[in-house]
Design a protein around this ligand. Structure first.
Ligand code: ZN
Length: 421
């Protein structure tokens, strides 16, 4: 393709803008400013679970997923067009391994499979590219491409092997969430305590991650593990998808005692979008509904035991008939405000958990609505520099610092990026 056509195509795609409708009551001038800022910023999202449907439903991201439902019954939030509209440059694809594999085995195999589907998806679409360094993310922004990055969720995926950890790094994995919801051989989870923190081997894992340049993710872990990780890590830590306990006292969120240590560590808390983690009332009403409707959900599961699609449809209809209060997108910025207050503006980012949650804060429907967060930060008086930090610059700084600590000779971004056809 000649240079002129390339330039025109880039111009067209970057003018495509964002499809979101302005929220009711919004200031049109500020909305336009938010769109402009959002378009020019580098945006990194810490956590996206679309890898599950890519693997289990053979989802090609070129498919229009609007209105689509996952096998689990949760809505699909991501596809190629929606990602483009989101403004995201770096999307962390979750290499999520269920805690049930601690019983069944197969955790490393699952991780390997998900790494393959992520790479194949990037190979399939020229708008996508896999990235492993901060420099590559910056270069992809210039080239108008979306970077897929990878983070393992559930440290048991290494099956207690530092050999495996090193190979995951070589395959492109750049963070690892030390646990998911259950404790395992070397770390405690937020709601499952077995060791009172990280074991000696757990600390060895953190040190090896530092040496490699793989970031230590403290989402999902217990408070003691967060502190042990901070005591052990020489590199900035991250929480790929958590809120602040100071706003909603939920074990999945990060307490002030940890936030206060971030200026020294250099880490970033990437705020999750799941309303039950963001908001006490949503969490309470969701839990109450789950208990109240359990007999009906069990009956539906029995009735449709041979037809999962019919089951998830009936279950979703039951939920729709029993609505709960769901906190809206402004609640995300309450958490950003709090982290800014306690840790400082340099230590907060975005970690949506798109495709990993049953509902998003309205009117957000998927990746395409990310600009709502930018708008709300501007509305609250954040400067453009501050907004850029939250959207991606803080993560990029921490990521680059982790690369430095690793002391690796990094391959230049230029050399390892594929060319635009
Ligand atoms: Zn998670």
């Amino acid at each position: 393709m000649n240079r002129f056509i390339t330039v025109v195509l880039i111009a067209i795609s970057s003018c495509a803008g964002f499809a979101q409708t302005m929220p009711s009551g919004a200031d049109p001038k500020l909305w336009q400013r938010a769109l402009r800022l959002h378009r020019s910023a580098i945006i990194v999202d810490g956590h996206n679970d679309i890898t599950g449907p890519m693997m289990d439903q053979d989802l090609n991201l070129a498919t229009d997923t609007t209105g689509m439902i996952q096998v689990s019954g949760d809505p699909v939030h991501t596809d190629l067009a929606r990602l483009k509209k989101s403004g995201i440059t770096g999307e962390f694809m979750s290499i999520y391994v269920s805690g049930s594999t601690l019983q069944t085995g197969g955790s490393m195999r699952r991780a390997m499979d998900l790494i393959d589907v992520t790479n194949r998806e990037a190979e399939r679409h020229s708008a996508l590219i896999t990235c492993t360094t901060a420099a590559e993310i910056r270069l992809a922004k210039k080239r108008n491409q979306v970077c897929l990055l990878m983070g393992i969720e559930g440290g048991y995926a290494i099956e207690n092997s530092l050999y495996a950890l090193r190979n995951f790094y070589r395959l492109g994995v750049r963070y690892m969430t030390l646990t998911h919801n259950v404790a395992h051989d070397w770390a405690d989870a937020h709601r499952d305590i077995k060791h009172n923190g990280l074991t000696e081997f757990g600390k060895e894992v953190v040190r090896e991650m530092n040496r490699l340049g793989m970031m230590v993710d403290i989402s999902h872990v217990s408070e003691k593990v967060m502190h042990d990780a901070l005591d052990t890590s020489r590199a900035p830590v991250m929480a790929s998808h958590s809120g602040a306990r100071g706003v909603n006292d939920h074990t999945r969120n990060v307490p002030d005692s940890v936030l206060k240590r971030l200026p020294q560590n250099g880490g970033v808390i990437m705020v999750v979008f799941y309303p039950s983690f963001l908001d006490e009332r949503t969490n309470r009403e969701e839990n109450e509904r789950t208990v109240r409707l359990k007999p009906q959900v069990d009956a539906l599961r029995e009735k449709y035991k041979d037809d999962n699609a019919a089951f998830v449809k009936a279950e979703n209809e039951l939920m729709a008939a029993n609505p709960i209060y769901i906190a809206d997108y402004k609640r995300i910025v309450d958490h950003i405000d709090h982290i800014r207050k306690v840790a400082g503006i340099d230590h907060v980012g975005l970690g949506s958990d798109f495709d990993g949650v049953p509902f998003l804060p309205p009117p957000m429907k998927g990746t395409e609505d990310l600009v709502l967060v930018t708008y709300e930060m501007l509305r609250r008086g954040y400067t453009e520099t501050e907004v850029r930090k939250v959207l991606g610059e803080n993560f990029l700084r921490a990521f680059a610092q982790a690369e430095k600590v690793a002391g690796h000779r990094q391959i230049s971004g230029q050399g390892s990026l594929k060319k635009i056809k």
